[in-house]
Design a protein around this ligand. Structure first.
Ligand SMILES: N=c1c2ncn([C@@H]3O[C@H](COP(=O)(O)OP(=O)(O)OP(=O)(O)O)[C@@H](O)[C@H]3O)c2ncn1[C@@H]1O[C@H](COP(=O)(O)O)[C@@H](O)[C@H]1O
Length: 120
């Protein structure tokens, strides 16, 4: 595992994510598909949003494997944007995602997996 800097400014990331979520919400309400990628994607529905999540996820994986740090950050931003659009297209509130993350806080992934029914 490489020893890179941890998240140095969580407030900056939180602010960027909140701004992105608000922009996507605004586009969902009155975006114009001829001038807004978000509105165009939302108009196509959840299947199109899902396809972009899968495509961008693959591009991020490729970047993690063999591209520069800048490319990894850029592809991660693409994934986050398209995940937000996909959630909006399904009408799944970001609060629900926050709740899922909060529920996992303090529980090791290894402990969670071991506690699943049928896991020995
Ligand atoms: N963060 C993003 C963002 N990330 C990626 N994209 C767009 O997502 C599209 C698909 O990205 P790709 O890299 O797959 O582009 P591509 O390979 O040419 O696309 P394909 O031909 O493969 O479909 C491109 O048009 C990108 O510009 C984004 N579009 C918008 N945002 C944010 O959403 C805001 C509102 O954007 P509009 O809705 O377009 O006004 C923007 O100000 C940004 O903050």
């Amino acid at each position: 595992m490489t020893a890179k800097a941890p998240l140095a400014s969580p407030d900056r990331l939180a602010a960027a994510l909140a701004h992105l979520a608000e922009t996507i919400d605004a586009r969902a309400l009155d975006g114009d598909a001829s001038s807004s990628w978000t509105a165009k994607l939302l108009a196509k529905g959840p299947d199109a949003a899902a396809a972009k999540v899968a495509e961008e996820g693959g591009e991020l994986a490729d970047a993690v494997r063999r591209e520069s740090d800048d490319r990894v950050a850029s592809e991660a931003a693409d994934v986050i944007y398209h995940v937000f659009v996909a959630l909006r297209s399904r009408g799944v509130a970001l609060d629900a995602v926050a709740g899922a993350l909060e529920a996992r806080q303090g529980t090791s992934g290894i402990a969670e997996k071991a506690a699943r029914p049928g896991t020995e």
